[in-house]
Design a protein around this ligand. Structure first.
Ligand SMILES: Nc1nc2c(ncn2[C@@H]2O[C@H](COP(=O)(O)OP(=O)(O)OP(=O)(O)O)[C@@H](O)[C@H]2O)c(=O)[nH]1
Ligand SMILES: [Mg+2]
Length: 604
C-alpha cells in the first residue's frame, strides 16, 4: 500500500439547494480552467435541460481541478431525497466529503441522510457553512445543530473533530474565521489538501476498478466511470469485466480519460487512486469491477437503499397512439427502461404479466416523474399507472415504508397542514416555533400518504410552504387512507371539444381541457365534483336554428381549465385510470375506454 499524495477524491453532499453546484462552480473558476472572458453559464454543471429548468441537480457529476500540484477530483451530487441513490454510489469513489449546510436554514432531512451515509462509509467530512452572506445567517447556532446531528448519528470521536469553513459560494469566498471575511476559496482548497486523506492503494497489484457511474459518448460509445482501487490501466489493455452473478468477460480498453474541469482529457495510462472514464466495454453495468485479465478479483457490488414506490409503464394503447412520438413499441420501451436501470442504481425494472407493461420502481414520485419527462423529451410515448408504494411482509405482517416529513410554513397554515397530514396517517413528532411567524413541523408518515401531497400542500400554504421528506424505514401497515373524493368526467365519444358542450359540463366540476381539444372515448375531460364518474358528450355542437347564433355561442364564458402537470396528473389518477404521455401531450384516461367496459365505481 502506498499513499497517492498528488490526488484527493471528494464528494460534495448536502440538502437540496444549499449551494453545492454553486460552490463547485466557484472552485472551477478559481482553479483557472475557464479563460478570463470566457462566457460560462451559472451553475454550469447542471447541464441537463431538466436540471436547468427546475434549478436542481439530478445526476452526480465528476470534475477535476489542480491545486498546488495536487489533482482534486470533486463529485457534485444531487440534494433532493429522490436522488439519494446517486449520493450513495458516489461515496464509493471518494476518500472524504464536504458536508455543506446553509448557514441560515441549518441541517435539513437530506443533510441527515447524506451525513449518515458518509459516516457509515467512514469518510471524514469537512463541514462547509454556506450562504454566510444571507441576512438570516446564524452560523454559530447552525454549527451547534451540526454537532448535534453528528452526535445523533453516533459519530466517533475522530469524526466529531471535523474542520469547519464558512463560505459565500455565489461570491466564491471562504474563511476559517467567521469574523474575518474571505477573499477567495484558497482557505477551502488548503483545507481539502490537509483534511481529506490522499487515496491509499497498491499500484503494483492487479487492476481493480469499481464502476460507479455510466455515461455515453456519441463517438466512442458507452463509458464506465469509477475509481481505480488498485493497480493501473493503460490504453489497449485487455481487461476482465466482472459482472453480476460471477459473470466474467474479456474486453479491451479503447479510450481512457481522467477528469479535468468540466470535461475529460484522454490519457494513455492511469494508476490506483485516480478516478477515470474508460470506453471499449459495451456490456457494462453499475457495480461491475474492471479487473486484471489474468487474475480478476471483483470488488463488492454497490448496494443502495431499496426503492419505495413503483408505477407500471406500458405501451400507449390510446386511439391517439403513435401520432406524436417516435418510439411507441414495447421493444423500444423495454430497451429504454433497461438502459435507465443499468445507469441508475436506485431504479428497478421488472416484467409484469403482460409483455407490453413493466413495473418501474424508484425512490419517489419526483424521480419517476423525471424519468417519464426525460423519456417524452426523447420521443417516447407511454401510459403510466398510479404510483404505488412497495410493501413487504416481515414475519407474516404487512409492512410499508414510512418517511420523515419536515414542513416549514407560516403559522396561519398550521391548522390546515396538520389536519391534512393526519388524514394521510401522519403523526406529528416535533414542532418548533422560531418566533418569526413561521413554524417548523416534523411528522412520521407512511410514504403512501405522501403521494400527491406536495401539490396539495403548496396550494394550501399559498405557495410559501416548504416541505421535505426522508425515507425512515418500514413500519406495520397504517390502515386505509382516503382516496380522491371526486370522480372523473369522461368523454363518451371521439371528436373535438366545443365551447358549447364544455359550458354545460363545467357546471358539474372542473375542466382539464380547453375548447377545440381532440378527445377519444374514455379520455378524461375534467374532475366531477361528485364521487362517481360521469360520462359526458364534450363535442356537442349547438343545434343551428334559423337565427344566426355564432355571437350567442361566443358569449358563453368558460371558467379557465386546470392544466395538470405530469406530477399533478400522476397524483390525481386512481387505480382504474392512466396518464398517457407523449412528447407533446399529457392526457388522462380510463384504463377501460369504452363506457360499457367500465365498472361503475362502488358507492361507499
Ligand atoms: N445568498 C447566497 N445564495 C447562494 C449561495 N450559494 C448558493 N446560493 C443560491 O442557492 C440556490 C441553490 O444553489 P445550487 O448551487 O443550485 O444548490 P445545490 O445544493 O446544488 O442544489 P441541488 O443540487 O438541487 O441539491 C441558487 O439560487 C444559488 O444562487 C451563497 O453562498 N449565498
Ligand atoms: Mg446542485
Amino acid at each position: 500500500m502506498t499513499t497517492q499524495d498528488d490526488i484527493r477524491n471528494l464528494a460534495i453532499i448536502a440538502h437540496v439547494d444549499h449551494g453545492k453546484t454553486t460552490l463547485v462552480d466557484a472552485m472551477l473558476w478559481q482553479s483557472g480552467i475557464f479563460r478570463q472572458h470566457e462566457k460560462v453559464m451559472e451553475r454550469v454543471l447542471d447541464n441537463i435541460d431538466l436540471e436547468r429548468e427546475r434549478g436542481i441537480t439530478i445526476m452526480a457529476k465528476n470534475t477535476g481541478v489542480h491545486y498546488r500540484g495536487v489533482k482534486i477530483n470533486i463529485v457534485d451530487t444531487p440534494g433532493h431525497a429522490d436522488f439519494g441513490g446517486e449520493v450513495e454510489r458516489t461515496l464509493k469513489m471518494v476518500d472524504g466529503v464536504m458536508l455543506l449546510v446553509d448557514a441560515a436554514e441549518g441541517p435539513m432531512p437530506q443533510t441527515r441522510f447524506v451525513l449518515r451515509k458518509a459516516l457509515e462509509a467512514g469518510l471524514p467530512p469537512i463541514v462547509v457553512l454556506n450562504k454566510i452572506d444571507r441576512a438570516e445567517a446564524r452560523p454559530a447556532q447552525v454549527l451547534d445543530e451540526v454537532y448535534d446531528l453528528f452526535i445523533d448519528l453516533d459519530a466517533g470521536e475522530a469524526q466529531l473533530d471535523f474542520p469547519v469553513v464558512y463560505t459565500d459560494a455565489r461570491r466564491g469566498v471562504a474563511t476559517l474565521d467567521p469574523a474575518r471575511p474571505g477573499q477567495n476559496l484558497l482557505p477551502l482548497f488548503d483545507l481539502i489538501l490537509s483534511a481529506i486523506p490522499a487515496p491509499r492503494a497498491d499500484p503494483g497489484a492487479g487492476l481493480q476498478l469499481l464502476i460507479t457511474n455510466l455515461d455515453r459518448d456519441d463517438f466512442v460509445g458507452r463509458l464506465g466511470i469509477g475509481r481505480i482501487v488498485n493497480g493501473r490501466v493503460a490504453l489497449a489493455d485487455e481487461v476482465a469485466v466482472c459482472g453480476p452473478d460471477g459473470r466474467i468477460e474479456k474486453a479491451k480498453v479503447t479510450r481512457l480519460y481522467t477528469f479535468e474541469g468540466l470535461g475529460r482529457t484522454e490519457v494513455r495510462e492511469a494508476a490506483a487512486g485516480d478516478i477515470v472514464a474508460l470506453a471499449g466495454i459495451e456490456n457494462l453495468s453499475l457495480g461491475d469491477t474492471v479487473a486484471d485479465a489474468a487474475s480478476p478479483a471483483p470488488l463488492p457490488r454497490v448496494v443502495v437503499d431499496e426503492p419505495t414506490i413503483s408505477m407500471v409503464f406500458a405501451v400507449n394503447t390510446s386511439p391517439f397512439a403513435g401520432r406524436e412520438g417516435r418510439f411507441v413499441t414495447s421493444r423500444k420501451l423495454k430497451e429504454r427502461l433497461d438502459k435507465e436501470a443499468e445507469g441508475n442504481v436506485s431504479i428497478r425494472v421488472e416484467p409484469t404479466g403482460s409483455p407490453d407493461a413493466f413495473t418501474v420502481a424508484g425512490r419517489g414520485e419526483l424521480q419517476l416523474a423525471i424519468l417519464i419527462e426525460m423519456m417524452r423529451r426523447g420521443g417516447y410515448e407511454l401510459a403510466v399507472s398510479k404510483p404505488e408504494i412497495i410493501v413487504k411482509t416481515v414475519e407474516g405482517r404487512l409492512q410499508e415504508p414510512v418517511e420523515l416529513l419536515t414542513v416549514d410554513c407560516a403559522e396561519d397554515f398550521l391548522g390546515v397542514v396538520t389536519q391534512k397530514v393526519s388524514l394521510r396517517k401522519g403523526r406529528m413528532t416535533k414542532m418548533v416555533n422560531h418566533g418569526t411567524g413561521r413554524v417548523r413541523l416534523e411528522f412520521r408518515i407512511p410514504s403512501r400518504g405522501l403521494i400527491g401531497f406536495r401539490s396539495e400542500f403548496l396550494t394550501d400554504t399559498r405557495g410559501n410552504g416548504i416541505m421535505h421528506t426522508l425515507f425512515e424505514g418500514h413500519e406495520p401497515w397504517h390502515g386505509p387512507i382516503p382516496e380522491r373524493a371526486t370522480g372523473a368526467m369522461v368523454a363518451d365519444r371521439p371528436g373535438a371539444t366545443t365551447t358549447y358542450a364544455l359550458h354545460h359540463i363545467q357546471e358539474r366540476g372542473r375542466l382539464f381541457l380547453p375548447p377545440g381539444a381532440a378527445v377519444y372515448e374514455g379520455m378524461i375531460v375534467g374532475e366531477n365534483a361528485k364521487e362517481a364518474d360521469l360520462d359526458v358528450n364534450a363535442t356537442k355542437e349547438k343545434k343551428l336554428t334559423n337565427m344566426r347564433s355564432s355571437t350567442a355561442d361566443e358569449a358563453l364564458r368558460l371558467v379557465p381549465h386546470r392544466v395538470l402537470s405530469l406530477e399533478q396528473a400522476l397524483a390525481w389518477i386512481n387505480e382504474d385510470e392512466l396518464v398517457e404521455v407523449t412528447p407533446q401531450s399529457i392526457r388522462l384516461r380510463k384504463k377501460a375506454l369504452p363506457a360499457k367496459d367500465r365498472s361503475r365505481r362502488r358507492s361507499p
